[in-house]
Design a protein around this ligand. Structure first.
Ligand SMILES: [Zn+2]
Ligand SMILES: [Zn+2]
Length: 152
């Protein structure tokens, strides 16, 4: 089974509207073509992309996911909005994380222990003082000033 490309996942903080539009544009479909493919009304696609529809019914979710070539779970995650890490834990790959960016959704999965891109064990605390990372908005540990990203 092929894992969908990372770009096919809803990103942290991405709205359903933005996600659907991004997938549609990736597939080079017009709103009309997507509507046809998903067997829904073109106006419904417009409403979703304008953020007027934030909850999809089951049938729409299924056909729209198929048309966008993503699992229906991705649409569900986007519907819920910003996927929050379980228990507020921020896990990240000290190799792949770019300071100033949000953690990748795949790292935040509580079942994930290793980076899906490079295999490095994920890290959820300061490498120096072991204080847990509250937010990746900070590039450095607020307690001891150590940079969160592993030195290259
Ligand atoms: Zn990595
Ligand atoms: Zn520290």
């Amino acid at each position: 089974m092929q894992t969908p490309a990372f770009e096919a996942w809803p990103q942290i903080g991405e709205s359903l509207a933005h996600y659907v539009r991004r997938r549609r544009e990736t597939l080079c479909l017009s709103q009309r073509e997507l509507a046809l493919k998903a067997a829904i009304h073109p106006q419904s696609v417009g409403k979703i992309e304008r953020g007027q529809t934030t909850r999809l019914n089951l049938r729409t979710k299924k056909t729209l996911a198929l048309a966008l070539e993503i699992p229906a779970e991705h649409l569900e995650a986007a519907e819920r909005g910003r996927p929050l890490p379980a228990g507020g834990i921020v896990q990240f790959c000290p190799q792949c994380w770019e300071p100033g960016s949000e953690a990748d959704v795949l790292w935040l999965d509580p079942r994930a222990h290793y980076c899906y891109m490079c295999g490095t064990p994920l890290c959820d605390r300061c490498p120096n003082c072991q204080e847990s990372v509250a937010s990746l908005k900070f590039r450095f540990c607020p307690y001891c000033g150590t940079g969160y990203k592993a030195p290259v």
